[in-house]
Design a protein around this ligand. Sequence first.
Ligand code: ADQ
Length: 735
Amino acid sequence: MVSNRLPFTAERRPPPEGVRFRRSPGGLVAALEPALAQRGGVWVGWTGAAREDGDAVAGAPPPPAEHVQYRAVPLTAHEIALYYAGFANRTIWPLFHYFVGQTQIDSATWRAYERVNERFAQVAAEASDDEALVWVHDYQLLRVPHHLRRLAPRRRIAFFLHIPFPAADVLRVLPWSRDLIQGMLAADLVGVHIPSYADHVLTCAERLLGCEVDRAAGLVRFEGREVSVEAHPISIDVAEVERLAERVTPGAVDAAAAPDAPVAEILGVDRLDYTKGIHERLLAVERLLERHPGLRRRITFTQVMVPSRERVAEYGELKREIDETVGRINGRFSERGWSPIRYLVRSLPPAELVALYRQADVALVTPLRDGMNLVAKEYVAAQLDDDGVLILSEMAGAADELQEALLVNPFDVDEVADALHRALQMPRDERRARMSALRHRVRANDVRAWVDRFLDASERAGLRARSTVASPADALQRMLAPWLARRATVALFLDYDGTLTPIAARPEDAQLSDAARQTLDQAARTPNLDIVIVSGRALADVQQRVGVPGLTYVGNHGFEIEGPGISFRHPELERWRAALEAAASELEALAASGATIERKGASVAVHVRTVPEGERRRLERQAEAVLRRRRLRVTPGKGLVEGRPPVPWDKGHAVLHVLVHRHGADWPSRVSAVYIGDDRTDEDAFRSLEGIGRSIRVGPSPGGASYADYRLPDPEAVLVLLRWFASGAFAGAKS
Ligand code: ADQ
């Protein structure tokens, strides 16, 4: 189990008590822990205290229950501020609840989120093996499946999101929206509360990542795996709520509290949060009393509110705003011996909370947006005599299941006031009909049943993902086919080193395999397929290494191009030849330390792959200094440093030059341009083709960032894709 918080909170008490651990309340912990104990497992999470608060807090969660261990992920106060209070609660939380204007976009908090998620994944990887199922929870850890998959490719991973998953147009507000979806899709199963959230995940995978999606089956094909996306509505510990409710006599609490008990009790229970619509709800109560003066003295609205996320500033402001509104409404309507609003700001023990539920005639559950909302289900479960009215926001996930409630738009104060009025007038028969239907539904989906179902689904998804690992090239082929089918011609640009051949320690050793050469030879003869080989090598070198006639060759990062109907040398080249020659001669001195100097005519490269690790950086710096002194443009590559003429010309310019020269300026309407490359210099081409072509990065990119639309793992996968192009099958997709 991996969640932001361990099921305990560390609290620092004055000596001699020191650090104490308090068990987190709530049905979820109560349901997850037995499931974990039954199978034996580890719970990975944060203790709730900063690492600086003493290592005892960070490293020593309470002694494990039988078969259950706790592993703390230590976080510093700075990390908590950026990852938790920052990205999780100022960016993801508001955005996923459709509070777009309140969403903070800050790359520093994003970086911290990424780092902390990686740390959670490391701890989870160490705590599990390939037989284990790793269940990752919630919005604080959206990137954990991605990092875990990298660290442990064969791990079974399930992810559950407890908050809403927003529509694609909302999610894309986030500069890191793709990273977040990719993060989740590294799991075998992505669980959300209701089908509309699952739909949003599928749409985002399709539209933002270009994944192939099977809506009917709830599947996303992502990086060669089939990921299931399913709705699993969470529930509560029904038996426990019922047990506590048995002990309460309805009405007894109020009768004891005040002899002239109000006629009707209305109840709201929430974590203090702007998504819960507490302020709007208070305005609805005010509207009710305004419109129906006869209800004054006859109703009481009790709002119980537990403070949360006190590290996040917005929550303090919200508290002040609610305090003021409660005071204003009470000031406006209170009479001797009666105030309309009773306001409790604290966490109540479960027994007291359930007593309030049991005793309330109407529950007002009106979040502006809520993943599920457990309060609605708890209220229903506590109505042992099938009486009581639930007013429920349509914006809560719970509304999907709890259709017999009075459903309202929480933004519409008039509508909520009307629903309140209707609830207070509702005939007993109608109340009982609605509540018994609701109770039936809640009892049928207890939280233990939810855990079992989710674990079953995870097993199934894990098995399917293992048995259907398609080759990445096959998956990519399926994604590209519909796009290629829209135009008559395909222009396929292929980098050489690292794309057509594996990277070799010495550049002269990177030989094209016979299989690749045969495939290129076939591709050269495929109708409507235009193959262009692009390289940082000298033109003559790459021509000789590939040796397939009829193709177009781009050498020296685009400074030289040769092919059917095209022969190009960059006009600035002549001016810089002398500087390049002089630099190359000077660089020969580095050969003594083991570097290889490659003179490529239009550029010069210093290869350091063969140099011992510790020496590389020093040699690279020396090479850079020489090149800079000659006013050449320095570009780092994979194990090399290169100098080129300092003119704005790169692989991206060259690709567009070839396309325009061969197909005219309006080529995008007739030609599907696809570029495959593995290197930083290929990113220039990916960027040039953004939106007008498609690009594929081979292997990982440092830092994960790339302009490429798709990925392939290695040159072998490139060859599989190349065979498909050479076979002409892409043209078949047109019909
Ligand atoms: P929350 O946003 O915390 O959960 P909710 O589902 O309503 O929202 O759960 C709140 C829990 O806290 C309930 O169990 C309730 O009893 C308890 N609680 C609230 N006020 C309390 C008080 N004053 N004293 C004691 N207990 C109190 C997130 C998502 C939800 C989703 C859940 C579970 O935001 O949409 O339903 O996770 O997936």
